[in-house]
Design a protein around this ligand. Structure first.
Ligand code: PMP
Length: 377
């Protein structure tokens, strides 16, 4: 008698339940009342009529799907337009659109490294960068800060090396020391790859990203990746950098070549959102002000990004706090292991440029109740 090949799943689920780590997929009703501090729609563009119209027009012109991989039939004139405008906005030579930020990270890291090269990966990197490192078959060194990066680069035997970091940490909202990382990378002949998923639209002049904010936009030894699904309110991703890099990715990045091109509606919406952002340079300041208000309401330090992190400790406490917030009409993110280290389960509040004064006042009242010390409740 052999076991069913999935017999182990029940015991696995029980262990996750006992550890407070079961997840639920809860469909979000359209027009759900309440205040959303859980999504990544930092600029409030996902339902902006101009952005929705951009998607509809693209859908009408090009159809529901892109019909094939980018190299066959999946590149429309709209894809090329988005790539041109993204590159111009971010101050880089070239941009290449992928079907997601995840796919952009996989493509960039696997195509720019490989067996016989080294990747120095920041200790707090997003899972998509971690997965990209694993897939690359490069030697990986996990490093925490510029000194550790420098040491890893100095000790290498490989001729080619990449230094990889998020510009804005997706969980705690902290900023990477990009200038120092660039200095050590350049001195050691390594390429700096920066994931600007949470930087685009929020950091830097007019939301051009943290690289632009520290004067590194367009540097010839820097590559950036972005997602179109956060500040730009759509879906998809892109790699930005020297034209030689994007040309190399077109020929060699497997997550570009073997993936269907991004759907036209997503391209049209992202392009419309990018144009709104370019025409409204006050938007990033508005989201940073909202983040400062949320941080003050939660009693935590003000971030230089749109992500406010409220560490509560055990997963049960974070989950109970998130549920209570939801009951009181405020949706917040709840991060538990393995997304964060054990003992640092937390609420993650994301600011939005369009949060109103009334909404902020309600959030303040809700957080005052939910985060009050146990004795005071
Ligand atoms: N990088 C970071 C830092 C992210 O937070 C995310 C999304 N959670 C991604 C990459 C992946 O982007 P996408 O959702 O477009 O695949």
């Amino acid at each position: 008698m052999v076991d069913h090949p999935l017999a182990w799943l029940d015991a696995h689920a029980d262990a996750r339940r006992a550890a407070g780590l079961r997840r639920e997929l809860r469909p979000r009703p359209a027009g759900e009342p309440g205040i959303d501090l859980a999504g990544n729609d930092y600029l409030g563009l996902t339902s902006d009529p101009r952005v929705v119209a951009g998607g509809i027009e693209a859908l009408r012109t090009w159809g529901a799907g892109s019909t094939g991989s980018r190299l066959v039939t999946g590149t429309t004139a709209l894809h090329a337009e988005l790539e041109r405008e993204l590159a111009a906005f971010c101050g880089v030579e070239s941009a290449l659109v992928f079907s997601s930020g995840y796919a952009a990270n996989l493509g960039a890291l696997t195509a720019l490294s490989g067996p016989g090269s080294l990747i120095v990966s920041d200790v707090a990197n997003h899972a998509s960068l971690v997965d990209a490192c694993r897939l690359s078959r490069a030697r990986i060194v996990v490093a925490d800060g510029p000194a550790a990066v420098d040491a890893a680069l100095a000790a290498r035997t490989e001729s080619r090396a990449l230094v990889v970091t998020d510009s804005v940490n997706s969980v705690d909202g902290g900023l990477a020391p990009l200038r120092a990382l660039h200095e050590v990378s350049r001195a050691r002949g390594a390429l700096l790859v920066v994931d600007e998923a949470h930087g685009l639209g929020v950091c830097g002049p007019g939301g051009r990203g943290l690289l632009a904010g520290v004067g590194l936009a367009g540097a010839d030894d820097v590559v950036a990746t972005v997602t179109l699904s956060k500040a730009l309110g759509s879906q998809g991703g892109a790699v930005l950098g020297p034209a030689a890099v994007t040309a190399h990715l077109v020929d060699t990045a497997r997550s570009f070549i073997f993936d269907t091109g991004l759907a036209p509606a997503c391209v049209g919406s992202a392009l419309a959102a990018l144009r709104v952002l370019a025409a409204t340079p006050s938007l990033p300041g508005a989201v940073l002000r909202a983040a400062a208000d949320l941080a003050a309401a939660a009693g935590v330090p003000v971030p230089e990004s749109s992500v406010v992190s409220v560490v509560l400790g055990e997963p049960e406490r974070a989950l109970a706090a998130a549920r209570r917030c939801a009951e009181l009409g405020v949706r917040v993110g709840c991060f538990r292991p393995p997304s964060v280290p054990v003992g640092t389960s937390r609420l993650r509040l994301t600011a939005r440029a369009t949060l109103t004064g009334d909404e902020l006042a309600h959030v303040r009242a809700v957080l005052a109740e939910v985060l009050a010390p146990a004795a005071a409740r």
